[in-house]
Write a protein of this length. Structure first.
Length: 75
């Protein structure tokens, strides 16, 4: 049994974590020079939505990947 799908899913989560780290630093700098408003709230909602979609559908993708014949699935 290969662990490549899990590694690929983990790489995606790592990418999202890195992007959160970068964007959090940018947002911290923006707070010092401007007033936060609706645009930042919208950006936060979009970011959380994208992350939730990745977590849900990425988990489904990993489960389907292990159900394939090359991994000895239950076909």
């Amino acid at each position: 049994m290969s662990f490549l799908p899990i590694i690929e899913y983990g790489a995606g989560i790592t990418f999202f974590g890195f992007m959160y780290w970068i964007l959090d630093a940018i947002q911290g700098e923006m707070d010092t020079i401007s007033v936060r408003g609706d645009v930042f709230d919208l950006f936060k909602f979009v970011w959380v939505g994208v992350l939730l979609i990745y977590l849900i559908f990425g988990g489904i993708w990993v489960a389907k990947k292990y159900n394939e014949e090359q991994y000895g699935g239950f076909n």
